[in-house]
Ligand binder design. Sequence first.
Ligand SMILES: Cc1cc2nc3c(=O)[nH]c(=O)nc-3n(C[C@H](O)[C@H](O)[C@H](O)COP(=O)(O)OP(=O)(O)OC[C@H]3O[C@@H](n4cnc5c(N)ncnc54)[C@H](O)[C@@H]3O)c2cc1C
Length: 309
Amino acid sequence: MIALARSDRVKAFMQTSRATSFLRRKFVAGDDASAGVQRAQHLLKHDGIHSSLFYMGEYVDNFDLVKENVLQKLGVVEDLRLAGLDIHVSVDPTQIGYQVDPNMLPEFAGQIAEKIATAKGNGVGLNCLMFDMEDATLLAPTISLHNSLQDSGYPVALTLQAYLRRTYDDMKDQISRGSRVRLVKGAFAAGPEIAFQTQAEIKANSRKIIDLMFSRRAKENGFYPIVATHDTRLHEYTIRLAKANDWPDDSYEFEMLLGVREDLAKNLALRGQRVRLYVPFGKDWWPHAVRRIGENPRNAALLGKALLK
Ligand SMILES: Cc1cc2nc3c(=O)[nH]c(=O)nc-3n(C[C@H](O)[C@H](O)[C@H](O)COP(=O)(O)OP(=O)(O)OC[C@H]3O[C@@H](n4cnc5c(N)ncnc54)[C@H](O)[C@@H]3O)c2cc1C
């Protein structure tokens, strides 16, 4: 799936084929920022669900595209402000220059963080530039970028992945810093020396890390936990732990993906939990969709059937 996500030829076919357009409709809000913002408004008004807007396009090795990505990220910050929503934008470091020249990354990320910091908007405490986490080679640079912007006082947040062995220690560091961290299982693969190999191990590690995220120390340090999963057992585990350790419902959040088990998101919101959906928009949708296919055999079967037809 990772190879399929990166293949330009497969991408060109999939993104223009009528057979695959159902995937775009399922997982993507639309072609442009206004479609993303409209979906975010709808989710908040009808279901009380917040959004994180994501302009798609990753592993970019062309400077013009990097500039376009940065402009799109800056544009959606303004659109969210005008719409009166919280200004929450997700960014992959490879979208904004890591592959072209890692030295330009702090500059571009800083521009987006600055725009979010000054835009204010309705959600003030919830506004942030959320760094997604890509493959393991990006881990150290992404953490370092996050930490330096955080040290400069910008509203930033970080994604950490439970499939990596070092994440438990990385989470401890972020708890000491009083950060805002989104825990995911991880949509990438790596060798056994750095990564857990089975779903059972990854789930067990997720629980261990969630224990840390809702510890007394995390609370004292002003840490903000974000549990990003569609795994109902982890939802219930988190809710029980948060209650047991006196974390109010608005001191943490759950995050899920647009088009994936949205019934679960709505149900959690109805129960008074703070919930956010990751809302992708843009035309470069195949890499995002193919990861969703990898996560669920039903999606793969649907794609197979559509292509055969
Ligand atoms: C908000 C958010 C942000 C993310 N950001 C990153 C990131 O920055 N870096 C990264 O590596 N990964 C990221 N991910 C992806 C994540 O790592 C997992 O690959 C993905 O969430 C699937 O794992 P899971 O914990 O949801 O559940 P699983 O244990 O895989 O599944 C739990 C249940 O949800 C169902 N389910 C899961 N995925 C799908 C799907 N696509 N379609 C239909 N049903 C599904 C399963 O069938 C199962 O019933 C993100 C996920 C979310 C929710």
